[in-house]
Structures are given as structure tokens and as C-alpha cells.
Design a protein around this ligand. Structure first.
Ligand code: FES
Length: 173
């Protein structure tokens, strides 16, 4: 009797374990093989023509905040080569596009329109309007995400020729 019961329990446990394993495999397969909508969600399209100069726009890409800042003509005129090299230029307009996470410990810096720079409230770090760190502790500039320019539209998540150029120049990794 005991033997039979154990046999039954063993089989029942085996069956449950089997279902669990199938479930785990299914979950793994799902994470290897994202649904089409998830793939599409890897891209974010931003219409840059609607940006007002010196007004920060915060978009979202792959769960991260993305800063988009159209610079004023004065801001562009005052910048040095290193700053301009980080700009996305469409016609006469210059834009900063960067992941809005402080390169120190990941807080979201705030844009100060009056100073045209970013201040991170967590430990006081600062970045200029090109995302270059100007006051420690941030160790490096804000990260520029992969992008492609399509007319006046910016596609995040795709590498276009302008992004490749930044890569060659060592501006992006
Ligand atoms: S997280 Fe921004 S200064 Fe520390």
C-alpha cells in the first residue's frame, strides 16, 4: 500500500515537475524570441521639427529617458568644436540628443534654461548643453543613443551614418 502510494506520489510529482519544466522552457523561448511589438518598441521616432529652441523635451527609449534639446543660434555660436561634434545637425538646426541619466550614479539631471546647462541634484554634477560634464562627480558626458536621421525625424535604436561618424570620432562607444 505504502509502495503504491509512493509510486503514485512520485508520478504525480513528476507530472507537476514536467509541467513546470515546459513552462520554464516556454518562458525562456519567449525571452529569446521577442514578439514583433517588442521589437518595434526598440525604436522611438521623434519629430524634431516640433522642438522649440532651449526647451528640453524628454522622450522615452527602451525604458530610458531621452533628452532632446534644440539649441538657439546663440548657443551654437558660443560652442567649441568638441561641443559641436556632439550635435545632431539638420539644416541650420543643432540638437542635443542624449540618454538623460547622469553618468555618475544614474540620476536624471534637470535642464536649466537660464544657464543652458544640466544640473544633477543627486551629487551636484553639471553638464553643458552638449551633455559634456563640466562639474564632478560625473566622470563622462551624457551618452548619445544610436540614432538615424530621416528627414526631420530622428529614429532612436538604429545606427545611421551620422551616428557612425560619431563612433569613428570616439564620441560614442
Ligand atoms: S548621480 Fe548625478 S552627480 Fe551623482
Amino acid at each position: 500500500m505504502n509502495q503504491t502510494r509512493r509510486g503514485f506520489m512520485g508520478k504525480a510529482f513528476g507530472a507537476v515537475a514536467g509541467v513546470g519544466a515546459v513552462g520554464a522552457l516556454y518562458a525562456m523561448k519567449r525571452s529569446w524570441d521577442p514578439l514583433p511589438s517588442v521589437k518595434a518598441a526598440g525604436f522611438t521616432t521623434i519629430d524634431l521639427s516640433s522642438c522649440t529652441a532651449n526647451k528640453l523635451i524628454v522622450e522615452k527609449w527602451r525604458g530610458k529617458p531621452i533628452f532632446v534639446l534644440r539649441k538657439t543660434a546663440e548657443m551654437v555660436a558660443a560652442q567649441n568644436e568638441a561641443q559641436t561634434a556632439r550635435d545632431i545637425v539638420i539644416g541650420d538646426d543643432h540638437y542635443l540628443v542624449a540618454i538623460g541619466l547622469c553618468t555618475h550614479l544614474g540620476c536624471i539631471p534637470a535642464y536649466r534654461e537660464d544657464k543652458t546647462d544640466f544640473k544633477c541634484a543627486c551629487h551636484g554634477g553639471e553638464f553643458d548643453s552638449s551633455g559634456i560634464e563640466t562639474l564632478a562627480p560625473p566622470p563622462s558626458p551624457l551618452v548619445i543613443p544610436p540614432f538615424k536621421i530621416n528627414g526631420a525625424t530622428l529614429v532612436l535604436g538604429e545606427e545611421g551614418p551620422e551616428y557612425s561618424k560619431m563612433k569613428e570620432a570616439g564620441i560614442v562607444a
